[in-house]
Design a protein around this ligand. Structure first.
Ligand SMILES: Nc1ncnc2c1ncn2[C@@H]1O[C@H](COP(=O)(O)OP(=O)(O)OP(=O)(O)O)[C@@H](O)[C@H]1O
Ligand SMILES: [Mg+2]
Length: 347
């Protein structure tokens, strides 16, 4: 049990996943369980979900700090800008960002922009557009273009129910990105940058403020990606240097995406007509990728003489279009948001 002077510090609150807060025991947690849990927690017993998690903790503990490497995933980008098919206006905005990054010394030092901007400013970009329009792919391509790794933030781990921990997590992510010289990527940034004061907001105002501050001071490249810019925090506006809209591709772009996503090695039947498919089906790039995959699955079912035919593509595209209708009703619906909601209510 805690010593007297720590009495107030260690008040353990036990919550049953079915019944909620348990004060005297419930159907699932008996009073004896409760007493034992509290005794163990007060004694400092900790539980880890896996061997890997324990080892990670052990390694960090040697240096006196909690390891925070699970907060992000670092990848070496493989896709280039040549792999992405974008409208001229989207390409132009991305070109702007790249020019500034590639000629940072010229613009900031030689031409004196540093005197005006006054901060060790990197470049922050906001990618907005419907799902599957190539935002993640473009972030990867930008990292590739700059020969830097891409660091993708894992929200599920970033947010922590303990007071002050989310803040430390955010700090750790920006620090790690700076040290690695990585392009920092906040996918689905709306999860975090919801307008402050919004009732369903999963992050506390304080956490968002910390994030905005880091965003402002980060000397590297940070990209935020979102499906819905409208509900995003106004304060974010002035911290974003370049906002890029990813539109749904038109028929011409869709045809180019089909051609890009169907591998050269794929055995196409003579009747396959990408222009026709592109005209007929209003799909995003992600949708087209699904169609290509599905058409291949259908073609692979044949016992011999396997060819991917126009009929396979059409059937796959019809299925994808149908899926699009179903999903669009729900793609930002309660189910997807619920996962992000705070468990408990400690902070
Ligand atoms: N404009 C595009 N050009 C070429 N391929 C594309 C394009 N858009 C999407 N794709 C294909 O679809 C896949 C999924 O796209 P991506 O993950 O980049 O979409 P997104 O905009 O990040 O979607 P979300 O909002 O759901 O995260 C890509 O890996 C790529 O194969
Ligand atoms: Mg994405």
């Amino acid at each position: 049990m805690p010593k007297d002077k720590d009495k107030d510090k260690d008040v353990w609150i036990v919550r049953c996943p079915k019944c909620g807060r348990v004060t005297r025991g419930c159907k699932h947690v008996t009073p004896e369980d409760l007493a034992r849990i509290k005794r163990l927690l007060s004694a400092g017993v900790e539980v880890f979900e896996s061997e890997a998690e324990y080892r990670e903790w052990e390694a960090g503990a040697e240096f006196g700090e909690i390891p925070r490497t699970h907060l992000y995933t670092v990848m070496q980008p493989r896709a280039t800008l040549g792999d992405v098919v974008l409208s001229p206006s989207t390409l132009e905005s991305i070109g702007d960002a790249l020019v500034e990054l590639k000629h940072k010394r010229l613009i900031f030092k030689k031409w004196g922009l540093a005197d005006v901007v006054r901060k060790n400013k990197g470049v922050s970009m906001l990618f907005v557009g419907q799902p599957g329009t190539g935002k993640t792919l473009t972030a990867e391509a930008i990292a590739c273009e700059l020969s830097r790794p891409l660091m993708i933030v894992n929200y599920a781990h970033l947010e922590n129910m303990w007071v002050g921990e989310t803040e430390k997590n955010v700090e750790a992510v920006f620090k790690a990105a700076e040290e690695a010289g990585a392009v920092l990527f906040f996918d689905e940034a709306d999860a975090v940058f919801h307008r402050r004061g919004h009732s369903a907001m999963p992050w506390t105002n304080r956490d968002v403020n910390v994030l905005l501050k880091h965003l402002e001071e980060f000397p590297g490249v940070v990209i935020l990606s979102s499906n819905l810019s409208k509900v995003m925090d106004k304060a974010l506006d002035r911290r974003i240097d370049i906002a890029v809209e990813f539109e749904m591709p038109n028929a011409q772009l869709r045809e180019r995406i089909f051609k890009k996503l169907v591998p050269k090695k794929a055995p196409l039947a003579d009747d396959v007509d990408f222009a026709e498919l592109a005209r007929k089906f209003e799909l995003s790039g992600g949708g087209i990728l699904n169609v290509v995959r599905q058409a291949m699955r259908m073609a692979a079912r044949a016992k011999r003489n396997r060819r991917i035919t126009m009929a396979h593509f059409v059937k796959a595209a019809e299925r994808e279009a149908q899926k699009g209708i179903l999903m669009s009703k729900d793609y930002l619906g309660p189910a997807r948001q619920a996962q992000r909601e705070r468990i408990g209510g400690y902070a």
